[in-house]
Design a protein around this ligand. Structure first.
Ligand SMILES: C[S@@+](CC[C@H](N)C(=O)[O-])C[C@H]1O[C@@H](n2cnc3c(N)ncnc32)[C@H](O)[C@@H]1O
Length: 246
């Protein structure tokens, strides 16, 4: 079967395992137990390939990493002079990021989010909010020129996609370029995360307010996905831009 027929079959498939629900505690446990196979030690190849699409000839952007984990890409962009903001509810992940990247930082309470902390690099251009993304708002973090979403939408429980997309949309500035990476596989075979996100969901949740363009579909089948029982696994990257932008 070629990949296009697999994709069209997936789009009409209702018999999936994708009703799994992960709680905040489940994610925190993953970090405590070092069960973090999603973490990559190198810059994500789709980010380096499509960075110019996000930057669009602009410098010193404000870039958001939803559900950031300890993604090394954050330092890469901060070192280029961008202002990077992440949201992640595991303190272990955030502390791991600053320690492993050897970045000195301070820890502060967040006015407006009870119990939340923000970890800020002393250089000032990296701020990771330790709280649920749903507690963040543009009145606290402002709006963004760029968003890198790898391991974000695909990690959200499928029933929470609308809430997540509304949050992302509320944080996009008018010229924002949102790079979204989804994964495509047969959801009958694996419960997720990462959860399979069909094109239809990207359209449903973002299409009324954003132009959506698929930039690339690449084979990403590796030993991990094979252990999940998959023989087909793709990463798909889109760029989304507000419909009102010029
Ligand atoms: C699949 S990992 C991806 C991490 C990172 N984006 C990367 O590519 O390595 C998803 C991350 O989102 C965090 N997370 C899940 N739901 C969250 C929420 N509602 N608010 C904040 N963080 C969340 C988890 O703790 C986990 O670190």
């Amino acid at each position: 079967m070629d990949s296009s027929s697999v994709v069209s079959e997936l789009n009409i498939c209702s018999d999936t395992k994708q009703n799994r629900v992960l709680t905040e505690e489940d994610w925190k446990q993953k970090w405590e137990n070092k069960n973090t196979g999603f973490h990559q030690v190198k810059i994500h190849k789709l980010l380096s390939e499509f960075l110019d699409t996000m930057l669009n000839n602009r410098k010193q952007l404000k870039i958001f990493f939803p559900l950031c984990g300890k993604a090394v890409d954050m330092k890469w962009l901060a070192d280029m002079g961008h202002n990077v903001v992440g949201a992640e509810f595991s303190e272990t992940a955030i502390k791991g990021f600053f320690e492993e990247q050897n970045i000195s930082h301070v820890e502060e309470a967040v006015p407006g989010i009870p119990g939340a902390k923000v970890f800020k690099s002393t250089s000032g251009n990296l701020s990771l909010y330790c709280c649920s993304i749903y507690d963040i708002s543009d009145s606290i973090v402002g709006k963004f020129d760029g968003i890198w979403d790898r391991g974000g939408l695909v990690a959200v429980n499928p029933r929470d996609r609308e809430c997540y997309s509304n949050k992302i949309l509320s944080l996009m500035d008018k010229d924002c370029r949102y790079l979204l990476v989804t994964v495509v596989y047969d959801p009958k075979l694996h419960a997720g995360p990462p959860f399979y996100v069909p094109d239809e969901d990207v359209e449903t949740f973002f299409g009324s307010l954003c132009n959506i363009k698929c930039l690339k579909i690449s084979d990403a089948l590796g030993p991990v996905q094979k252990r999940w029982g998959l023989d087909f696994f793709q990463e798909k990257i889109y760029v989304l831009t507000p419909k009102s932008s010029s």
